[in-house]
Design a protein around this ligand. Structure first.
Ligand code: NAD
Length: 383
């Protein structure tokens, strides 16, 4: 059996930009990008910190952003830094490593740092960027604990810089639509949600091999660097979708760790997890995340109808239906939309909206911490 990585799964299932035909128009409350006047003012200069898989996706998105541009890099690998400099025309003066990164304080060429490192390193680099006076975006999950999130928020507030979390789906039309359907109660009160995201990231049928947990390529299996398994890495999208569709915060959670097929591989983090979230309205969410099976879907049952997506939480193209028919919007570059959404606010000297700032990241980490506690203790944990 071929090893199915997250990347090959994404490729196999055609989750690439430009892979779909446009079936319906944008919802009326979303202005089509072509209709917006082109911004021609100064762009924010962004330095990407960590040049792995997702940094490549962000760099791609930055090729078509209006409000920001890729101007710098931070990498621990000189050969990789050189390749990026050549590919993206980045001058030596805008190329940093993890040791000399703090010198970025002296750079007038960098306005913002986008931290795309393993989760356990987000806190250190967000705080160092803030102390250097740079605005910061950090990838999800914001950090590996609520305490670290609070320290990051404080560092950015003390330095007078803005802090955003890379929640790409907050700028995606299909997700803006399910948020509207839920929060505006278009089909009545949502009573129940099922949301799941999982990727088979290894050959489940193969016999267990020893893992070097200090190998940088295996950081997702190393608890200190990842903060956890599929819950913190993928399940965060399920938590997010439930929260923004309901427009409510969970008041209690229950959870169960799933079967461990490969105890050597999953010695430090969970392989699969299921969890339930209760909301004050009485709505309940039932969610799953895993490294041993592929799943990507969302279903909301409301009093007078339902709406659903599958694929739902990946890079798209998303497909779904409501009780009224097809639910599908033109595919966008999610990274470009997220970056322009965040940077247009900062350029206009406005505070970032709640749905994308550090406090939003903190809420998710508080919920994730409660879910892990519930799974470990077998008890219902209130929030
Ligand atoms: P990756 O392993 O491909 O890249 C990680 C980068 O960090 C590499 O360039 C690596 O050299 C560098 N690094 C520095 N110190 C390291 C260390 N001690 N151990 C390991 N790597 C180290 O990972 P990725 O998939 O790019 O994920 C990076 C971040 O982006 C994570 O926080 C992840 O959750 C997030 N992410 C977000 C999305 C999204 O859709 N928003 C998708 C994938 C990843």
């Amino acid at each position: 059996m071929d090893k199915i990585t997250r990347r090959s799964f994404v490729h196999k299932f055609g989750m690439g930009v430009g892979a779909t035909a446009v079936i319906s128009s944008l919802p009326s409350f979303i202005t089509a990008p072509a209709a917006q006047p082109k911004y021609t003012g100064k762009k924010l200069n962004i330095a990407l910190c960590g040049l792995g898989y997702y940094a490549e996706k962000i760099a791609e998105g930055l090729q078509s952003t209006q409000y920001c541009t890729l101007a710098g890099i931070v990498s621990g690998t000189p050969a990789k830094a050189k390749l990026w400099q050549e590919k993206y025309n980045i001058p030596d003066g805008n190329s940093y490593n993890y040791s000399n990164f703090d010198e970025i304080v002296n750079s007038k060429n960098i306005d913002m740092v986008y931290v795309v490192l393993p989760n356990g390193l987000h806190k250190e680099f967000v705080i160092r960027a803030a102390k250097a006076g740079k605005h910061v975006i950090t990838e999800k999950p914001m950090a590996t604990s609520p305490e670290d999130c609070r320290a990051m928020i404080k560092a950015c507030e003390d330095a007078g810089v803005q802090l955003a979390v890379g929640y790409r789906l907050h700028y995606e039309p299909t997700h803006l639509e399910i948020k509207r359907l839920g929060q505006d109660k278009v089909f009545g009160q949502v009573r129940f949600i099922e949301a799941s995201l999982g990727y088979q990231t290894y050959d489940v049928a193969a016999s267990a091999q020893d893992i070097n947990f200090n190998d940088p390529a295996e950081w997702r299996l190393n608890k200190k660097l990842s903060g956890g398994g599929p819950l913190i890495e993928l399940g965060i999208y399920c938590i997010q979708a439930c929260r923004y569709v309901l427009g409510e915060e969970p008041i209690a959670v229950t959870a169960q760790f799933g079967h461990i097929n490969n105890p050597k591989r999953f010695a430090q983090v969970e392989e699969s997890i299921s969890w339930q979230m209760e909301f004050a309205s009485g709505a309940v969410a039932n969610c799953n995340s895993s490294c041993s099976f592929n799943i990507d879907r969302f279903y909301a049952a409301a009093d007078n109808g339902s709406f659903e997506l599958s694929p739902a939480l990946s890079y798209g193209p998303f497909e779904g239906k409501t009780s009224n028919g097809i639910l599908k919007y033109p595919e966008i570059n999610q990274q470009q939309a997220q970056l322009d959404g965040i940077c247009s606010v900062i350029i206009n000297n406005k505070p970032l909206p709640n749905h994308i700032n550090g406090y939003e990241g903190l809420k998710d980490l508080s919920i994730i911490t409660a879910i892990y506690k519930a799974a470990k203790t077998g008890k219902r944990v209130t929030l």
